[in-house]
Design a protein around this ligand. Structure first.
Ligand SMILES: *Cc1c(COP(=O)(O)O)cnc(C)c1O
Length: 397
């Protein structure tokens, strides 16, 4: 994480302020307001959009989908706040076939069901195919993503969000690590049209390199988010200033805005763009290095994600295990297009060009080791050598 962010976190932890209400912590309220405005501008979201500072994208997505669900139902004359979902009119949920598992988690918590969704076909990079999106209406919740967790690819927002908006559907964008592309002049086009959505989730603890426990929900319709998160009590003193708990499921909360403010202040608008570009450029260098060592790169590298594979699935799995055991470079595995892959994410601002080359060397070395091990197995113990021996560890970028 960037040093200013850590220092600000320590300071805020020492203050031990509760960011629930303005009256409890004016400084947290003011810094959250500033961050809201800066982030909305940095990410090119509609001016006036609300931001809620939550623990991560899992929670941010939950909040965005809650606001969407309640809004779609209210339009149909149903108040889900009071009446819940028993007897409620149906809303249709559309997801890209490659939606992140946290979207399913949010849907299940919100009573929308993981299994009753309609999956939209995706292309070989995991992007929703616009022609595969059915006619939309004002009873539809559509979830898109900025940054596929494996390939890093972005859904084609411009083609989908315009018509969705015209039809009155609610669009939520899971932009955990990818929404930050909008801060880079060189990568902004990946997010073209994303501002036409209704709500967005992003993680400051991913691409922005703020400390963990820093997710953000953005919502175009400030009151829709506030209504979905609303609570009252005789002892709760709302003010005319920003009361952070209006936009989050939590009441008492760390003053996260302090460290996000410090991160943005330290980097500046241009600095955030450079940070994003640096991670992406290093991912390209990593992919090129791996290819020069004979690895196959399975994704079109457009952001910070690289999927690498060896000559056989068994060798890929064994190489991943050897690389993880080496302690030189951490990466997880995934299954992409039905085959195991080594899933590398360039996440830290502190990663150097030398770290990238070292990782490439470590991967090549791990593959040599893995090949020897597999060779040994075939000569000493005839029988199946492929598949399944090494458990995959799912990581998020
Ligand atoms: C990391 C990630 C999430 C989950 O975010 P948390 O901050 O870990 O809750 C959701 N979606 C995508 C695409 C992610 O990369």
């Amino acid at each position: 994480m960037v040093p200013a962010a850590l220092a600000a976190k320590w300071l805020a932890d020492t203050w031990d302020q509760n960011a629930a209400l303005y009256v409890i912590s004016p400084v947290a309220s003011v810094l959250e307001s500033l961050c809201e405005g800066w982030l909305v501008s940095l990410l090119g979201l509609p001016p006036g959009s609300a931001a809620g500072f939550v623990s991560g994208t899992s929670t941010a997505t939950l909040c965005g989908l809650a606001a969407g669900r309640d809004t779609l139902l209210r339009r149909q004359g149903w108040d889900a706040d009071d009446r819940g979902l028993f007897g409620a009119p149906e809303i249709r949920v559309l997801l890209g076939a490659q939606a992140h598992s946290t979207v399913y988690k949010a849907l299940s918590i919100l009573g929308l069901g993981k299994a009753r969704v309609t999956l939209l076909p995706a292309d070989d990079q995991g992007r929703v195919i616009p022609e595969g999106v059915p006619a939309l209406d004002d009873r539809t919740l559509l979830v898109l993503q900025a940054g596929n967790v494996n390939t890093g690819a972005f859904d084609p927002f411009a083609a989908i969000c315009g018509p969705a908006r015209a039809a009155g559907a609610w669009v939520h964008v899971d932009g955990a690590f990818g929404l930050w592309a909008a801060a880079s002049e060189r990568r902004r086009e990946l997010t073209d049209g994303v501002h036409l959505a209704d709500s967005w989730s992003a993680d400051a603890h991913k691409t922005l390199n703020a400390p963990y426990d820093n997710g953000i929900v953005f919502c175009r319709h400030r009151e829709a988010l506030a209504r979905a998160m609303h609570m009252t009590g005789s002892y709760i003193v709302y003010s005319r200033e920003r009361d952070g708990m209006r936009y989050t499921p939590d009441m008492s909360r760390r003053a996260r805005g302090v460290e996000i403010w410090a991160t943005l202040k330290a980097l500046g608008r241009r600095g955030v763009g450079e940070l994003v570009d640096d991670l992406c450029d290093k991912a390209l260098a990593l992919a090129a290095g791996l290819e020069s060592q004979g690895f196959a790169v399975r994704n079109r590298v457009c952001f910070n994600q690289v999927l690498a594979a060896c000559a056989s699935p068994a060798l890929t799995e064994a190489t991943l295990a050897a690389l993880q055991a080496s302690g030189e470079c951490w990466c997880g595995g995934a299954v992409w297009a039905g085959e195991p892959v080594i899933r590398l994410s360039v996440c830290s601002y502190a990663t150097t060009a030398e770290d990238i080359q070292r990782s490439v060397r470590a991967a090549a070395h791990a593959r040599e080791q893995a090949a020897r091990t597999l060779q040994g197995r075939t000569t000493t113990a005839p029988g199946p050598i492929a598949g399944g021996a090494q458990p995959h560890r799912e990581t998020t970028s």
